[in-house]
Write a protein of this length. Sequence first.
Length: 228
Amino acid sequence: MTTDTQSLKIEVEHAGAVSALLLRPPQARAIYVFAHGAGAGMTHASMEVIAAGLAARGIATLRYQFPYMEKGSKRPDPPGVAHAAVRAAVAEAAQRCADLPLFAGGKSFGGRMTSQAQAIKPLAGVRGLVFLAFPLHPAGKPSSERATHLADVQIPMLFLQGTRDALAELKLLEPVLKELGSLATLHLVKEADHSFHVLARSGRNDREVMDEVLDAFAAWVDSIVRQA
């Protein structure tokens, strides 16, 4: 059986409709509500690669646009609008794939907006959050303030982080996650940057690195589902 991508429209409270893409493989065992980063939308090549890779590992994805991206703007939405988009996408995934365990998160900005929404009010039905390069701070401005809200997240979290990520210095990230205790799992990807790109001298290529990331993602999701 082939896996077809279904195009959807999702209504976001006070922000209109946004586009979404549902990719459900025939043997799906979970679904991931997958938010894009600040500078590239849901159809960016990296989003396509991740969604296809997760489908190959039995994980469905619902990708969606934040309202600003839907409108073609480069200025990210205010947090309240972004959080409303996260909630609308989670609700859509829960309705369309009610038989599947539900996870949420995203790349960089999208992951942080998802965790903020969860911290303010739990996302209904979500078993855990997965962050593909959590943006702890702006490049060149090390700080851990952006992680303060994570203390209010009471479900398991997986952080997939490159050791060369300029937006998450490990000396700052690791203590933050240690404070979260057993709810936080950190998977470090050696020599990878914020986009999971590695230099040639690392001895690996980007495809091999992404396989590592997605294998870790799928294994963690399975571990959470087994615990339920």
